[in-house]
Design a protein around this ligand. Structure first.
Ligand SMILES: C[S@@+](CC[C@H](N)C(=O)[O-])C[C@H]1O[C@@H](n2cnc3c(N)ncnc32)[C@H](O)[C@@H]1O
Length: 363
């Protein structure tokens, strides 16, 4: 399958692609791209914004979607030095005429790898201002079809205006064909809840949305490396029952929840029978991935255990560890989890999130 086949590039040959990645992950992103999409050659890049030229073979949308270190990717339409809304619409209108299906609406994604960046709110005041300025200039014939907010619906055509520090506008378009591609720059729009016990609340909220795991009222979960309790809060707010494993103290509000039980201690010291009813495990220990994987394996492979899904962080203490991710995925699959995805989420810093699911699930 090629990426959005209806997005033919008109007169612009060769094709270019624009990517964003967390600034600290640039080398990992580059080596991932070299391996997964060898037909793309590096072109201009600045910080976490990278442009690539396509040589030959079509680019698979499935491969694009599975990239671990890409925040988002956009098919290039061109660039404007010192951009302005009028010139943007002059370039965008022919693309919309060609590619926007009748009766469908489209979205405008204005973002900046320099203003936002991984882990920061995507819509900074500057980006918001530009979004409104560009929206206000939409040609009358398209005004009704431009969504008023940048959050795209599944499958919607999005026009991208990527503003880099030197004032250049890089114009592109993409289909919102995954959760992250629905948002400008692929940045998941979440601000910390006022009562969040830790920043980990952000990454587990995002991780639960991204995984699509059906965790809800009464779901039996374990949270390994639970303290101070952001991840447990994300589960509790969905109505789950949570066993929190950690030698450290939990936030009092989490401890007060009738659906939370604290198993105080290291995971290695606990009786495995504690997890007999557990169906979902989240884990977030500040240890090497091999330790986290050992701990999870030790639980999920025990007789009588029936764990359906895992959502856990793997810390990359050095970026060279990114090269081990394929071996980690193979190991997780060998436990019977047939759907395994790994991604550096918006709120993961020096780590990635893994989501592993048994589908269908049989006890
Ligand atoms: C990054 S913090 C976790 C944040 C937490 N997930 C949250 O949502 O607030 C890492 C935690 O892992 C715990 N940890 C480290 N090694 C552990 C082990 N062997 N067993 C259980 N917890 C462990 C630490 O005590 C620490 O509280």
């Amino acid at each position: 399958m090629t990426l959005s086949p209806q997005l033919t590039n008109g007169e612009q040959t060769p094709r270019y692609w624009y990517f964003s990645t967390a600034r600290g992950s640039v080398p990992a992103f580059k080596s991932e791209l070299k391996q997964r999409l060898p037909q793309l050659r590096p072109s201009y890049s600045s910080g976490g914004f990278l442009t690539y030229k396509q040589d030959g073979a079509a680019v698979s949308s499935a491969v694009m979607r599975k990239l671990i270190f890409a925040g988002t990717c956009v098919e290039a339409m061109g660039k404007l030095d010192g951009g302005n809304p009028k010139s943007f619409w002059e370039m965008a209108v022919p693309v919309l005429q060609r590619e926007l299906e009748p009766q469908r609406r489209f979205c405008l994604h204005v973002w900046s790898p320099d203003l936002g960046g991984c882990g920061e709110p995507a819509l900074t005041p500057e980006v918001r201002r530009l979004f409104h300025e560009i929206s206000a200039e939409v040609p009358a014939a398209l005004a009704e079809r431009l969504e008023p907010t940048p959050e795209a619906r599944e499958g919607q055509l999005c026009l991208d205006v990527i503003v880099t520090a030197d004032g250049t506008w890089w114009l592109g378009r993409h289909r919102a064909d995954s959760l992250h591609r629905r948002f400008p720059g692929g940045l998941f729009p979440l601000t910390p809840a006022p009562d969040a016990a830790s920043r980990a609340w952000l990454k587990f909220e995002e991780g639960l949305w991204w995984s699509g795991f059906p965790i809800g009222i009464g779901s039996r979960c374990a949270d390994i490396g639970a303290a101070p309790g952001g991840g447990s809060q994300a589960l509790l707010s969905r109505g789950a029952e949570v066993l929190g494993v950690d030698p450290a103290e939990m936030t009092p509000s989490v401890l007060r929840s009738p659906n939370f039980r604290h198993l105080r201690g290291k995971i290695s010291a606990l009786r495995r029978s504690e997890f007999l009813k557990t169906r979902w495990i989240i884990a977030d220990m500040n240890v090497a991935p091999s330790y986290t994987l050992d701990a999870l394996e030790e639980i999920v492979l025990r007789p009588k255990m029936a764990v359906r899904g895992l959502l856990f962080t793997m810390k990359l203490f050095s970026l060279a560890m990114a090269a081990d991710i394929p071996a980690y995925i193979r190991r997780i699959k060998s436990w019977g989890f047939n759907q395994v995805r790994v991604r550096q989420l918006t709120f993961n810093h020096q780590e990635v999130m893994a989501a592993a699911l048994k589908k269908p699930f049989r006890r």
